[in-house]
Design a protein around this ligand. Structure first.
Ligand SMILES: [Zn+2]
Length: 105
């Protein structure tokens, strides 16, 4: 294994995959969006999955915050409003959970 001796990207012992650019056959990190040598766009499937997952994670987190806020509002004396916030938060949280689960299989 040559360690990018030709002044390429320096790698610190990370298990980062290298792939060959289909256009110029250079070694390219599979995290790169495009080949640094020729600019050929690299189809990075992992990136797409992570981006999709992020949306669901945000819904997950946002829903959780909504439930907690609703609980605080309910405790603070606004019972009905708090319950509605909790229901709404729970729905968003569930959507995040189910969505993330569907996409990750
Ligand atoms: Zn290339």
């Amino acid at each position: 294994m040559d360690k990018a001796a030709h002044g390429g990207v320096q790698q610190k012992g990370k298990a980062m995959g290298l792939t060959n650019c289909p256009a110029c056959k250079k070694q390219v990190s599979d995290q790169a969006a495009a080949c640094p040598g020729c600019g050929h766009p690299m189809a990075s499937r992992t990136q797409t999955i992570e981006q999709t997952g992020l949306g669901w994670k945000l819904a997950d987190a946002g829903g959780g915050i909504g439930v907690i806020l609703g609980l605080l509002v309910a405790i603070g004396g606004h019972g009905v409003l708090g319950v509605w916030m909790m229901v709404l938060g729970l729905l968003v949280w569930l959507a995040g959970r189910v969505g993330g689960w569907l996409y990750h299989g």
